[in-house]
Design a protein around this ligand. Structure first.
Ligand SMILES: [Zn+2]
Length: 476
């Protein structure tokens, strides 16, 4: 998959990789900016500054002949559809580190302004790694390279072994050292620090409560770890040059931009990068839970805490093998009665949230494993009732609460689709249902993200093999 390193420029290694190695054809979710309503004291200049754009762009978008003449209450459009292009023919692309908007636009033979309009981007300098962009289809595959010192089109053609006239046709602008240039051939990721060949942090922006993925490809065997919020997490190796790490975000996290620090080690050298991750608020419901008087005693904080401590050991599991594949299966075929992240009140303030997804189903309905894994908990708990937890590897653990029956034991290997238990109404429950919980890096995240093919993970590298002994936590 990784092609051979082709050439050394004076600036850096230019690595020739399929540009879409980590891209997938998913329709982009473009963020539509609402129009700006002009306030007293504002000028077009101050508005442009606020949105990271310039007066000319705003004037053009709003057909303003004189940028000085705006009035209080006027609605200014911040985005526009570019004229004369059919966006349906465009492809989605996730921005990788080292790629620039203007280069990508040039590959499709368009000005960057047109692509910026299509993507409703006002400030092309503020793009994020992992952000989805719509790009015009490229007629012929082209790769990106950096012009070294004293470069001429002829020298570049010879260096990359491509036809001279093709270099001239693709690069009509003057060449200078460090300039981006297009060459015929498969794509590349320029400007990436050694040993990175491709780097992706996606989705961007991400709704809190979801899982972001750091995916990297290296030119030499490497290991890495990520640091974010109070987490220090390992990268998991698909193979020695394809690494993945997960960023799990609590649904209670304040929406903001958070740094994700990536440390990569390869052949004795170490490299660190900080990537911004934009966390958006998302939408969450509000629920008041009325606990019947017969189960009120289960609300005792000491009981909740004792049970929490039992589960804390499981939250530390980081199995380096991956057993799962996306999309995961739904554990039951039933209607969802409560979504992940809903703000919950048990008679007081909304100071807790729903840490899983509830499915309304009759007692006795079979519950199936959504992916292969090893059972790490199978025991009656006070609050969660009869509970099962399954480790699927790479820090992904799922939980099943309130069961009427447990059909598995700790250490048991379970296959995707295998029945592990039955829906019930045990523990702190207000009716027969399955509570499905998912942890990534020990943090509860939205499982519904994982029942979609939300990222093109390659098939698990090693065929899963039952490994019981190392998971033997004993009866809980
Ligand atoms: Zn629930």
């Amino acid at each position: 998959m990784l092609r051979k390193i082709l050439a050394l420029s004076f600036l850096c290694l230019i690595l020739l990789l399929p540009a879409n190695a980590l891209a997938q054809p998913v329709p982009p979710e473009l963020v539509a900016l609402p129009p700006h309503v002009v306030q007293s004291g504002e000028t077009l200049f101050s508005i442009a500054q606020r949105y990271g754009t310039d007066v000319t762009t705003l004037a053009r978008l709003n057909h303003l002949s004189d940028p000085r003449h705006i009035y209080v209450g006027q609605q200014l459009s911040l985005v526009a559809e570019p004229a004369g292009v059919d966006l349906r023919t465009w492809d989605t692309h996730r921005l990788q580190m080292g790629e620039s908007f203007s280069w990508l636009a040039r590959r499709g033979g368009l000005a960057w302004e047109t692509c910026a309009e299509a993507n409703k981007v006002l400030n092309s300098g503020a793009l994020l790694v992992g952000q989805q962009l719509l790009l015009p289809p490229t007629a012929a595959p082209t790769m990106l390279a950096v012009a070294p010192a004293q470069a001429t089109p002829l020298l570049q053609a010879l260096r990359h072994n491509v036809p001279f006239w093709e270099v001239l046709r693709l690069n009509p602008q003057p060449l200078y050292a460090g300039a981006g240039m297009l060459l015929p051939g498969e794509g590349a990721a320029p400007f990436l620090p050694y040993p990175l060949a491709a780097l992706d942090l996606t989705p961007q922006p991400i709704v809190r409560g979801q899982t972001a993925i750091v995916a990297l490809e290296t030119v030499a065997p490497a290991t890495c770890e990520v640091r974010y919020l109070d987490h220090v997490e390992p990268c998991y190796a698909q193979d020695p040059t394809h690494l993945f790490a997960f960023i799990s975000l609590s649904p209670m996290l304040d929406p903001a931009t958070y740094p994700v620090n990536l440390q990569v080690r390869s052949e004795g050298s170490e490299m660190a990068l900080e990537l911004p991750l934009v966390v958006s608020p998302g939408r969450f419901g509000y629920e008041v839970i009325n606990v019947s008087s017969s189960r009120q005693h289960l609300m005792d904080p000491s009981l909740l805490q004792a049970e929490r401590e039992k589960l804390d050991a499981i939250a530390l599991i980081r199995e380096p093998q991956r057993y799962w594949q996306v999309p995961l299966l739904y554990p039951v075929q039933a209607a969802i009665s409560s979504y992940f992240g809903s703000r919950r009140s048990y008679g007081g303030s909304y100071n807790s949230y729903h840490s899983g997804v509830d499915f309304r189903a009759c007692t006795g309905t079979p519950v199936r494993a959504p992916a292969d894994g090893v059972v790490v908990l199978a025991a009656p708990l006070v609050v969660r009732g009869n509970a099962i937890m399954v480790d699927h590897g790479w820090g992904l653990v799922t939980g099943y609460w309130h069961l009427s029956k447990i059909d598995v034991t700790v250490g048991q290997w379970v296959s995707r689709e295998e029945i592990i238990g039955r829906v019930g109404n045990t523990g702190l429950s207000t009716g027969s249902h399955l509570h499905w919980e998912m942890w990534v890096d020990g943090t509860p995240v939205n499982p519904l993200q994982w029942v979609e093919a939300f990222y093109p993970f390659p098939a698990p590298a090693v065929p899963p093999a039952p490994v019981a002994e190392q998971y033997d936590h004993g009866p809980q």
